[in-house]
Design a protein around this ligand. Structure first.
Ligand SMILES: Cc1cc2nc3c(=O)[nH]c(=O)nc-3n(C[C@H](O)[C@H](O)[C@H](O)COP(=O)(O)OP(=O)(O)OC[C@H]3O[C@@H](n4cnc5c(N)ncnc54)[C@H](O)[C@@H]3O)c2cc1C
Length: 484
């Protein structure tokens, strides 16, 4: 019998797990994929929004501003990259200045500190030399930032794990039965009994909600396509550049990433399939067409990859975080679309407060909120690096040449709590395969490390779990069959 079953190991589920690990209880996260951070949390803009966008008085606005406020300290505690670089909303047309002003005023009412409308064109140019020459004014939000979404998610989950939370992967929740003490959770791997359930299932949260609650909800997967540009383009802008929605359409953002790339996107295309994360020609064309609206001379020839993520857009466009009526002990964490990443620390806290209000668990005296990330030898001095390599030669063996990731980092990624089991798992933790050649060079070498360290046959190593095996046999076998 568990005290809490959390469904989903994205940022919402991981944040809830970490906050709940402050209490003494049996807590388990069930995740249908092979790793944490396999849903929307791995494919988004990675912006820590300031909080002027969300409707005034909404839970979204409250948790956005609170999550933004918590992010710097959390990044220090959990050792993940976060940069408070600030953001601009660009107004290209004097007629639209009232819209910019309205955004500013909403931000002030939402409690966003430091907002400023800048009309001094010289100052704007100094801050962002590559902004469109048509720029009339910008809304400057100094508290906005950028984060590594993978490492935020992984760090919260790892820390929850070291504080006693169990994680079960490849485990899909298929239904629920109400019991005297709580819930029987049905999964593809058998039933699990629990006193409470947290539904943090992303785009699937409506389906789980509707299994236990009379008041139905409906989530539309809203696809966002992106282009990611090489690090040579990373300094094209200094902060996140948003378009002011208006007569030129909604526009796309242009932003540096914490790892030094440039990201351009997303689109917003409603689709039916909750697994359809492939980019489309139509989507990428939209991104390319809108990319230069606010930022000039964008080096779009430097695109190294494209990807898409699905927003969990609930019809009411609001976060739904509450114990469900008629389903005691079943807590929703649904409709977590943007700014869900920003809000995740605050979402975790809110979910934990609701669950704690039901269970009254004692505090966990052994809780340790500090986690150390994977050591990046690039952060060391030459002497320190030499000493590290002497002590552990794996840090002298470069596996990913584009991102300069060493064998030592990959071994750490495999052997730490909730360690990587697939190529993508290694990639999200270390960046091996995220560079210019997009894993062309390091794939076989990373596969060899997974094979050697985990004792998995080469033919069973996957890109991202499930059936995504990379090798199907030896070329001699294939040739033999063709001859026959
Ligand atoms: C295009 C785009 C841009 C965005 N940009 C930003 C941004 O810049 N800033 C920001 O703050 N937010 C942004 N967001 C929003 C943010 O990414 C999401 O709000 C956040 O990642 C949602 O996290 P989650 O944990 O709720 O969902 P997910 O990350 O999707 O996690 C849900 C998990 O539940 C699992 N699951 C589902 N069903 C089951 C089941 N039956 N059994 C077991 N497991 C199950 C899934 O596999 C998944 O791992 C963006 C989103 C998109 C799509």
């Amino acid at each position: 019998m568990y005290d809490v079953i959390i469904i989903g190991a994205g940022v919402s589920g991981a944040a809830a797990a970490r906050e709940l690990s402050r209490y003494k209880g049996r807590i388990c996260v069930l995740e249908k994929e092979e790793d944490v951070c396999c849903g929307t949390s791995k494919a988004n803009s990675a912006i820590v929004h300031a909080g002027y966008d969300a409707p005034e008085g909404s839970l979204m606005a409250k948790l956005n501003v609170e999550g933004n406020r918590m992010m710097a300290e959390l990044s220090r505690e959990l050792d993940f990259p976060f940069r408070p670089c600030g953001s601009f909303v660009v107004c290209l047309d004097r007629e639209m200045l009232p819209d910019l002003q309205a955004l500013y005023e909403r931000g002030v009412r939402n409690g966003v500190p430091g907002l400023e409308i800048i009309t001094d064109k010289e100052r704007i140019r100094e801050m962002e030399p590559n902004l469109s020459d048509q720029t009339e004014a910008v809304l400057y939000a100094p508290t906005a930032g950028i984060v590594c979404p993978f490492l935020l998610n992984i760090a919260m989950a790892e820390n929850a794990c070291t504080n006693g939370v169990e994680f079960r992967f490849n485990t899909t929740v298929t239904g629920f039965t109400r019991t005297e003490e709580g819930w029987l959770v049905h999964t593809n791997k058998g039933d699990v009994e629990t006193r409470t359930v947290v539904n943090a299932a992303g785009v699937y949260a409506d389906e789980l909600h509707n299994m236990v609650c009379e008041e139905k909800i409906h989530i539309t997967p809203r696809r966002g396509d992106y282009c990611l540009l090489d690090k040579s383009a990373g300094a094209h802008v200094n902060r996140t550049i948003f378009a002011l929605p208006g007569k030129y359409g909604k526009g796309v953002l242009v932003s540096p990433t914490v790892h030094g790339n440039l990201i351009v996107g997303p689109t917003a295309i409603d689709i039916g399939d909750k697994e359809a994360t492939a980019t489309t020609r139509e989507g990428l064309d939209q991104v390319i067409q809108k990319a230069g609206m606010n930022v000039k001379d964008l080096p779009m020839r430097q695109v190294i990859t494209s990807f898409a993520g699905l927003r969990a857009h609930e019809d009411g466009h609001e976060f739904i975080i509450r114990e469900l009526p008629g389903a005691p002990g079943f807590v929703d964490c649904a409709g977590i679309e943007s700014p869900g990443l920003t809000s995740s620390p605050a979402i975790g806290k809110m979910v934990a407060e609701i669950v704690e209000g039901i269970l009254h668990l004692p505090e966990n005296p052994d809780f340790n909120g500090v986690r150390k990330g994977i050591l990046d030898p690039d952060t060391l001095s030459k002497e320190e690096r030499a000493a590290l390599i002497k002590e552990n030669p794996a840090y002298g063996n470069i596996i990913c040449r584009c991102e300069m990731v060493t064998e030592g980092e990959i071994l750490d990624a495999i052997h730490r709590p909730l360690g990587a089991r697939s190529l993508d798992g290694v990639k999200r933790r270390t960046r091996a395969g995220m560079g210019r050649c997009q894993a062309g060079f390091c794939t076989p070498r990373t596969m060899e490390l997974l094979h050697r360290e985990l004792g998995i046959p080469m033919t069973e190593i996957t890109k991202s779990g499930g059936e995504s095996r990379l090798l199907v046999g030896t070329s001699k076998d294939t040739l033999g069959k063709e001859d026959a």
